[in-house]
Design a protein around this ligand. Structure first.
Ligand code: NAD
Length: 489
């Protein structure tokens, strides 16, 4: 029997060459609910060939930039008509509450597509200052075939961060969705095709990292790899990409500091800090998982924070009243448990949560607060990627800054303060790709997003991301009467 979902290669739905399939597990029940064809090296090879052909010949290769933009807008329109459907597919596959997918993640992804669609005919080179006897100019050209590898926490949104700028610039793309949540990106591709995207421009090859992922990142027919995932996998991707020296962009892990100063609006800081760590069940790369609270307001802030966190409603991701769904997988659930256990072992105290939701099947873990954490503990240094916040006290601005920057990561950071001078002083000194002031975990299609230190390099979103999907070509035209005759012969 064939799989419920097949690979999407060259505009066609196909079984994998090996006929192998994998199950997508519904994290709310812990049971498999659909089967998906599983790509291996041969399938990746076919997808890269299809993408190469679409890049070099046919309607996409010859499309005027303005027409490309119009087509991407048309696709965005199709996606708006299917927001509810995409939200449901995403929530079923990875457990995100339906309100988060329907009102935040999917609309944000479509907004990204629209942002780049408008830029399709605004990508331009330069006329260079040159003497009268020559003419120098630059062209901004697409790179060719892009390989994209994405994680399971927000597959549609994170894929769109790559698809939209890549296609806007005229590239073609092969995406490998994660093995835990392979369905939603396939459904996204189906809508792209239905809205008129030419065959081969977007290809989707679900499979695991060691086969499909490794094959894509090392493939010599791929011109660039755009990766989002863990820091350890990022290292492997860089090694694999070195085979044909293709450029890489890496959006990796984080352990982002969220600092609450004594002059903050406490209620806003409590609400924003909750969103910062518990949105997406804490499975968010930028999550404010290290909460620094100033000594002088510690009790006031924490009393309110604990009280509100206990009220977060856990439940079925497809129920509109649910505020937190399950972790994505058994493995992820066990990882969260083992980090909390290590915190306790090292002397920290769990003051809220810290356990599985026992009355439910599926991978539910309660929203958790761990206090009495010191900065050198494992739970203060390593990414948990779950609904666990490590709370650390600080005395003053210098102490907060020192502790906040004491990490291998540098993805995001945030602070709550009503002192405008302090906010800007801190913004300059925090080592992170994004600094939030009086908010947390916000994204905007126009705002570049990415990491420093071991959170990776390259910036997605904004006009800046187009640099990662274009190559600058310099053209030198000699205008002199005599031409070049160095040897005088
Ligand atoms: P992961 O690194 O295990 O997997 C990410 C992707 O890489 C998956 O598609 C996986 O199949 C693939 N992969 C695994 N091994 C591979 C290999 N050897 N070669 C090629 N591909 C391989 O990460 P995950 O557990 O899926 O996601 C969680 C991680 O992603 C967290 O560390 C999180 O911080 C990070 N993340 C970062 C951002 C960001 O923008 N910085 C956003 C979301 C998630």
């Amino acid at each position: 029997m064939g799989a419920d979902f097949q690979l999407f290669i060259g505009g066609k739905w196909e079984d994998s060459v090996s006929k192998e399939t994998m199950e997508s597990i519904n994290p709310a029940t812990g049971s498999g609910y659909v089967t998906v064809s599983k790509a291996n090296e041969q399938d990746v090879d076919k997808a890269v060939s299809a993408a190469r052909e679409a890049f070099e010949i046919g309607p996409w290769a010859d499309m005027a930039p303005g027409d490309r933009g119009r087509l991407l807008y048309k696709i965005a329109q199709k996606l708006w008509e299917n927001v509810d459907y995409l939200a449901e597919v995403e929530s079923r596959d990875n457990g995100l509450p339906i309100n988060e997918t329907k009102f935040i993640a999917i609309p944000a992804a479509i907004d990204v597509l629209e942002f780049y669609a408008g830029l399709a005919n605004k990508i331009q080179g330069e006329t260079l200052a040159s003497p009268n006897d020559r003419f120098n100019y630059t062209l901004k050209e697409p790179l060719g075939v892009i390989g994209a590898i994405v994680p399971w926490n927000h597959p549609i949104m994170i894929s769109m961060w790559k698809i939209a700028p890549a296609l806007t610039a005229g590239n073609t793309i092969v995406i490998k969705p994660p093995e835990q949540t392979p369905v939603s990106v396939l459904e996204l591709a189906r809508l792209f095709k239905e809205a008129g995207l030419p065959d081969g421009v977007l290809n989707v090859v679900p499979g695991d990292g060691t086969h499909a992922g490794a094959a894509l990142s090392s493939h010599s027919g791929v011109d660039k790899i755009a990766f989002t995932g863990s820091t350890n996998t990022g290292r492997l991707i860089m090694q694999a990409a070195s085979k044909n020296l293709k450029p890489v962009s890496l959006e990796l892990g984080g352990k982002s500091p969220n600092i609450v100063f004594e002059d903050a609006d406490i209620e806003q800081a409590v609400n924003g800090s909750m969103f910062g760590i518990y949105f997406g069940q804490g499975q968010v790369c930028a999550a404010g998982s290290r909460l620094f609270v100033q000594d002088s307001i510690y009790d006031k802030f924490m009393d309110e924070f604990r009280e509100k966190v206990q009220k977060i409603k856990i439940g079925d991701p497809l129920d509109g009243t649910t505020q937190m769904g399950p972790q994505v997988s058994q493995g992820q659930l066990e990882q969260v448990e083992s980090y909390v256990a290590s915190g306790i072992e090292q002397g920290a105290t769990v003051t809220v949560g810290g356990e599985r939701q026992k009355d439910r099947s599926g991978y539910y873990y309660t929203p958790t607060i761990v206090e009495n954490v010191s900065n050198n503990m494992k739970i203060a240094q390593e990414e948990i990627f779950g609904p666990v916040v490590s709370v650390i006290r600080f005395t003053d601005e210098a102490d907060a800054l020192k502790k906040a920057n004491n990490t291998i990561y540098g993805l995001a950071s945030g602070m709550w303060t009503n002192d405008v001078k302090r906010a800007h002083r801190m913004a300059k000194k925090l080592q992170a790709g994004t600094v939030y002031v009086n908010t947390f975990s916000m994204l905007d299609s126009a705002a570049p997003f990415g990491g420093t230190k071991q959170s990776g390099f390259g910036r997605e979103l904004g006009t800046e991301a187009l640099d990662m999907y274009t190559e600058t070509k310099h053209v030198w035209v000699d205008l002199s009467e005599d031409g070049l005759n160095w040897y005088g012969l």
